[in-house]
Design a protein around this ligand. Structure first.
Ligand SMILES: Cc1ncc(COP(=O)(O)O)c(C=O)c1O
Length: 416
């Protein structure tokens, strides 16, 4: 049976095993230990951050970040709309309300002008948000400088969700290190993984100390168990931190591999009508965590969902771009500032398999299907036009017979 090609799978080697073995050999099988401390320090060195706290997930890191900047029940928090739900769920955990902000076309990330306008208006009516959560999507940094300026002008703390953007740059600096707090994810599909995990970074040592305190059940410094506020069980285990240390050593290679995937796809598919790759903004380098593109269905001859199913038939996993959060039923009551750009990117956007462990032949399989879908659709359209008045015009299925059915419905079960 043909091997599945998945969107983005973990890519680990022998070095990870060495670190895990060391944790076992020294019996540091706990959410504290030398790997945790070293991982935090090495992560700071890698991204240029002052201080870091390793936690159990990117979502946990966001939850802590919001708590640390003082978000409380009833507050409003501005948030990028084009993102995965984990960016906004922690706002709801705290009983606060997200207000979604649209993307711009250059970066697919939060539009700095919209943000400034919204903050100006909110300042005028005396209803500023408690924080802004800015996402760096698919490995592409947002345009941080004007966003940070707007936040500073109105005294609103900026939280950066760089879960997808480790290894990217914004003017030679790592996204995630500009705001009051930044977070990263080491989920299994991310550019480096600890199977599950996250990191919180800040230039403020006290803030990171408070994050570690909250992440370990907010235990007061007392000889007995004493708690003056509610905390969480969010620290990363020493074993997983060991995996993270080994993964950090190959971060540059992983970025290079994903950028290489992007270049191969772009070289092979860019000439097809109706395909437009996610642009790389001039202010930095994308890690190309995922290779994303938009499809103009009329020019290409098939829409995003038809392409996804054609790929799935060949056991290739591709996914639509994130459905904007302002369109999610769970956030139906929330305000959205703009939204049309994010909606367009969602309706036409596609993420191709992008793992750093893909082979050239994997990429060729994806390219072959994409090219075939376009060719078949073009042939079908031309023949339909010619045979407009012929009752026996062939169906699309006859022109492009489906390949052997390969159980594509099971693909999703294979991914994390
Ligand atoms: C943009 C974004 N934010 C937050 C998260 C949450 O990270 P985690 O899965 O580690 O909780 C993810 C991915 O999973 C993400 O893509």
């Amino acid at each position: 049976m043909i091997r599945p090609i998945l969107l983005s799978t973990p890519h680990v080697g022998d070095a990870e095993l060495e670190f895990v073995k060391e944790a076992f050999d020294t019996n540091w099988i706990a959410p504290v230990g030398p790997h945790v401390d070293a991982f935090e320090q090495e992560f700071c060195d890698a991204v240029g951050a002052g201080y870091a706290a390793a936690v159990s997930s990117g979502t946990a890191a966001l939850h802590l970040a919001l708590r640390l900047v003082g978000v409380e029940p009833g507050d409003e928090v501005f948030c990028s709309t084009l993102t995965f739900i984990a960016t906004a769920s922690p706002i709801s955990y705290l009983g606060a309300k997200p207000v979604f902000i649209d993307s711009d076309r250059t970066s697919w990330n939060m539009n700095p002008n919209l943000l400034r306008e919204a903050l100006t208006y909110r300042a005028r009516i005396g209803k500023l948000p408690k924080a802004v959560v800015l996402v760096h999507l698919y490995g592409q940094s947002a345009d941080i400088a004007p966003i940070l300026r707007a936040c500073n002008d109105y005294g609103v703390p900026l939280i950066e969700d760089a879960a997808e953007a480790l290894g990217a740059t914004y003017k030679d600096q790592s996204p995630g290190t500009f705001g009051r707090v930044g977070i990263y994810s080491f989920n299994g599909n991310k550019i480096i993984t600890t199977s599950g995990g996250g990191m919180l970074v800040s230039e403020d040592a006290d803030l990171i100390a408070k994050a570690k305190f909250l992440a370990t059940q907010a235990r007061d410094p007392a000889p007995h168990y004493q708690h003056s506020e509610i905390g969480y069980n969010y620290r990363l285990s020493n074993i997983l931190a060991g995996i993270g240390r080994a993964q950090l050593q190959v971060l540059r290679d992983r970025v290079a591999a994903r950028r290489h995937n992007f270049e191969i796809y772009q070289r092979a598919l860019d000439h097809l009508p109706g395909i437009e790759f996610m642009p790389e903004a001039l202010f930095g380098q994308s890690s190309r965590w995922l290779t994303c593109l938009t499809i103009d269905p009329v020019a290409f001859g098939a829409n995003r969902d038809q392409i996804c199913s054609a790929l799935a038939q060949k056991r290739i996993e591709a996914r639509p771009v994130w459905k904007p959060l302002h369109l999610q039923p769970v956030f139906a009551e929330c305000e959205s500032i703009g939204g049309a750009i994010a909606e367009d990117l969602f309706y036409r956007g596609l993420c191709l398999p992008s793992g750093s462990n893909l082979t050239i032949s994997d990429l060729e399989r994806v390219i072959e299907v994409m090219t075939q879908v376009h060719k078949c659709s073009a042939t079908y359209q031309a023949r339909s036009y010619e045979l407009d008045y012929v009752a026996s015009a062939p169906s699309k299925a006859e022109l492009c017979p489906p390949s052997e059915s390969l159980g594509s419905g099971n693909l999703s079960k294979l991914t994390g």
